[in-house]
Design a protein around this ligand. Structure first.
Ligand code: GDP
Length: 299
């Protein structure tokens, strides 16, 4: 199944058409770019990102080497492929930065329902099994009574430790205790799952800033739901401006997300997508490889 079906179908259509032709004129490229523009807007890619993308492709594609080449349609498709990779963050996956002195704090932020807690469990499982790290999970969510229990159960499923729950502590106090336990008991990684809200508010951002100041995380990972399209981009922009984000995790890539958020994220936040979630199971977490994603979009 192609990734981002709508976008993929439309783009492949445009380039299949071009590839069949023996020669291409500048007008053909312009016409194709009009279709690419529409396809991207339709897939919820942010407007400035679409404009930049189309301009870049047009500039590179009308060069003589491309239009005079033996198969100009394929040459244009290559230019588009390269521009897609750029938009997605450049070639190669960007790994989590775990190079700080252990216990390395990873701060998880995002709106409620984005998949933040599930993703915390997924990352814990991955680091524990693939990298043999000793991981401690801690929920700093004092808003929802069930949140800390949910994370505890997730930790059990992932086979990693979770911070014992002490009622009445503030998020910053829990974070401090998690780091203390982490140091005392020799953990490599402490994953701090912050509270989410239904919408972005100052209280949430203040809380995240206070936790950041307390723990100095090596990574502040923003979890966003790919299905929310343009809203995901706005959420990312707001979080990045308020607290600074070092990486993005896009969840629900298993749904029929229209792809716009993934294509806009790098340009709008400057932070790379580091991981993606593709299901509810704890092993449904993948590294984000822009070149593979571009390949799957172009089919
Ligand atoms: P939080 O409020 O941000 O902590 O969100 P949760 O982690 O509780 O997730 C909310 C719901 O989304 C749960 O039912 C998860 O199982 C589900 N979920 C999380 N990540 C994914 C994903 O990548 N794909 C799918 N299909 N569901 C997910």
């Amino acid at each position: 199944k192609p990734l981002f079906e709508t976008l993929s179908g439309k783009l492949s259509g445009v380039f299949d058409g071009l590839a069949k032709r023996g020669t291409l004129s500048e007008a053909d490229v312009t016409e194709a770019m009009r279709e690419v523009r529409l396809a991207m807007l339709d897939a919820d890619v942010a407007l400035p990102v679409v404009k930049d993308f189309v301009n870049k492709v047009r500039e590179r594609a009308v060069g003589h080497e491309v239009l005079d080449s033996i198969s100009p349609g394929q040459a244009v498709a290559k230019v588009v492929n390269d521009a897609l990779i750029d938009a997605l963050g450049g070639a190669g996956a960007v790994p989590l930065n775990l190079s700080a002195v252990p216990p390395v704090p990873i701060l998880m932020v995002g709106l409620q329902g984005s998949g933040k807690t599930t993703t915390s469990g997924k990352i814990a499982l991955r680091l524990a099994t693939r990298e043999r790290r000793k991981v401690l999970l801690a929920s700093l969510d004092t808003q929802r009574p069930a949140a800390q229990l949910q994370l505890q159960q997730l930790a059990e499923r992932a086979g990693v430790a979770s911070l014992p729950i002490i009622a009445g502590q503030s998020p910053v106090e829990i974070a401090r205790r998690a780091m203390d336990v982490g140091r005392r008991e020799g953990y490599d990684i402490v994953i701090l799952d912050t509270a989410g809200r239904l919408s972005i508010d100052e209280a949430l951002m203040d809380e995240v800033r206070a936790i950041r100041a307390e723990t100095q995380p090596a990574e502040t990972l923003l979890v966003v739901d790919a299905m929310t399209g343009q809203d995901a981009v706005n959420t990312a922009k707001a979080f990045n401006e308020a607290v600074g984000v070092t990486g993005v995790v896009m969840t629900r890539m298993d749904g029929d997300a229209r792809g716009g958020a993934a294509l806009s994220m790098r340009a709008i936040t400057g932070a790379p997508i580091k991981l993606t979630g593709s299901g509810e199971k704890l092993d449904a977490l993948e590294e984000f490889h822009p070149e593979r994603v571009a390949g799957r979009i172009l089919g």
